[in-house]
Design a protein around this ligand. Structure first.
Ligand code: AP5
Ligand code: MG
Length: 190
């Protein structure tokens, strides 16, 4: 299996690039943010709970997120592989993912970390707010909070994969095509 953690701060391009990668490598795309937003729209109990965190730019608690992700992986246990987009976001999530994949006799192949500086992230997210309808894009204070939570709680996950020799940093600025090319090159070198 090819299992990719596509990592990076809010607005780094995880969703945009995932679309390209799933097509080329025939993978299942699991974006925890997208899955939560589907629940939000349908007003499920999980959506109602997640909204209280997402609308203000905070992380949904680990237990809830991990259970949801596990269920999605199990649903697609015949997949050729997965792209995990927006997961894991804490070391506890990374540990849970390792255990889950181990129980399925597989593992993470590579973590691709999109590196983009803060000013560019803010510009992208505010730009997207015009069309996304995402509450967490519309307010610069919430964007700041998402970035600062990324720096504090999520960026340390890179060290988790670095310790397993699985981290590859990818410059996340330039055209979308250029970045896709960098990602393909890193994956094809595996
Ligand atoms: P999530 O949906 O994961 O949002 P995020 O990480 O904040 O990232 P985004 O989806 O906003 O950005 P992206 O990296 O996908 O970039 P995109 O391709 O869209 O999470 C939302 C919330 O859900 C979290 O805050 C949390 O509350 C909760 N949540 C989710 N997962 C969780 C977890 N594991 N644990 C706990 N809570 C969780 O691109 C952004 C914009 O930039 C687009 O407009 C795009 O067109 C543009 N763009 C892309 N590439 C380029 C480029 N090269 N040049 C110029 N513009 C570009
Ligand atoms: Mg996204």
């Amino acid at each position: 299996m090819l299992n990719i953690v596509l990592f990076g701060p809010p607005g780094a391009g995880k969703g945009t690039q995932s679309e390209r990668l799933i097509e080329k490598y025939d993978l299942i795309h699991l974006s925890t943010g997208d899955i939560f937003r589907t629940h939000l729209k349908e007003n499920t109990p999980l959506g109602i709970l997640a909204r209280t965190f997402m609308d203000v730019g905070k992380l949904v608690p680990d237990e809830v997120t991990i259970e949801m992700l596990k269920a999605e992986v199990v649903l697609h246990s015949n997949a050729k592989g997965f792209i995990f987009d927006g997961f894991p976001r804490t070391n506890a999530q990374a540990e849970a993912l390792d255990e889950l994949l181990q129980s399925l006799s597989t593992e993470i192949s590579i973590m691709l970390s999109l590196e983009v500086e803060e000013e560019e992230l803010k510009k992208r997210l505010l730009g997207r707010a015009e069309v996304s309808g995402r509450t967490d894009d519309a307010d610069p204070v919430i964007i700041e909070r998402r970035i600062s939570i990324y720096n504090k709680d999520t960026a340390p996950v890179k060290a988790f994969y670095q310790a397993q020799n699985k981290l590859t940093a990818i410059q996340g600025t330039g055209t979308i095509d250029e970045i896709t090319h960098r990602l393909f090159t890193a994956i094809d070198a595996l």
